[in-house]
Design a protein around this ligand. Structure first.
Ligand code: G3P
Length: 219
């Protein structure tokens, strides 16, 4: 499974990208607004840092406006993916952008029927929001599994991008469901490294070494 990072913070992206664990980046208007910087400049900086797809979301809510903004965003860098919300207007926009060969990420998806519509108009990615589904007492992971299964049975090429990943367990379950990508917030990505027994074990090794070997080193 590919890992995208769900942030526009350049320090967070750099830290994880330098480790070699970032395959792409996703943003949304809230994430961009949090950084308080220019949208275009921020997205171009991210594209220059990460060698992979970078999603930038349109702000218009009508089809014509979304298409115009999508065409503009797609010109900013060859790795730009145009993020479009799943509405009737959004599906119309994705249909037009697909015909122009522009890559899209259909976002704010909460059901398999919505995911089928995104696939029908040739979306490159579909983004089911798992955590936000759980927020309103839906079973987000079940929704993700449904989408993965329906796509598999139908041989659909649109990639499932599991979004709103709140904990490392969400990422593991998304992998188990067969999602192509998980887009992971920085805080969740940091938690994926950690296990208390890892710390205890390393501590044990270092103590045993020091007791028997003193200050002996490899280099
Ligand atoms: O990728 C979806 C994300 O940007 C929104 O979800 O969990 O941050 O509310 P969340």
């Amino acid at each position: 499974m590919k890992f995208f990072i769900d942030t526009a913070n350049l320090d967070e992206i750099r830290e994880m990208n330098d480790l070699g664990i970032v395959d792409g980046v996703t943003t949304n208007p809230s994430i961009i607004a949090r950084e308080g910087k220019d949208l275009k400049q921020t997205l171009i900086q991210i594209c220059e840092m990460v060698n992979g797809p970078v999603s930038g979301e349109v702000l218009a809510l009508d089809t014509e406006g979304m298409v115009k903004e999508g065409v503009e965003i797609s010109k900013w860098h060859p790795n730009m993916v145009v993020k479009i919300p799943l509405t009737q207007a959004g599906i119309g926009a994705v249909a037009q952008l697909s015909k122009m060969g522009i890559k899209t990420n259909v976002t704010t998806v909460y059901s398999a029927s919505q995911a089928l519509l995104a696939a029908k108009v040739g979306a490159t990615y579909v983004s089911p929001f798992v955590g936000r589904s759980d927020d309103v007492l839906m079973d987000g992971m079940r929704m993700l599994r449904d989408i993965c299964e329906v796509y598999r049975v139908q041989g659909i090429k649109t990639q499932v991008l599991a979004a709103s990943m709140r904990t490392p367990t969400y990422v593991v379950e998304a992998a188990r469901a067969g999602a192509d990508v998980a887009t992971i917030p920085y805080a969740t990505m940091k938690k994926m490294f950690w296990h208390p027994m890892t710390d205890v074990s390393i501590d044990d090794f270092m103590k045993d070494w020091k007791n028997a070997m003193g200050d002996a080193k490899i280099l």
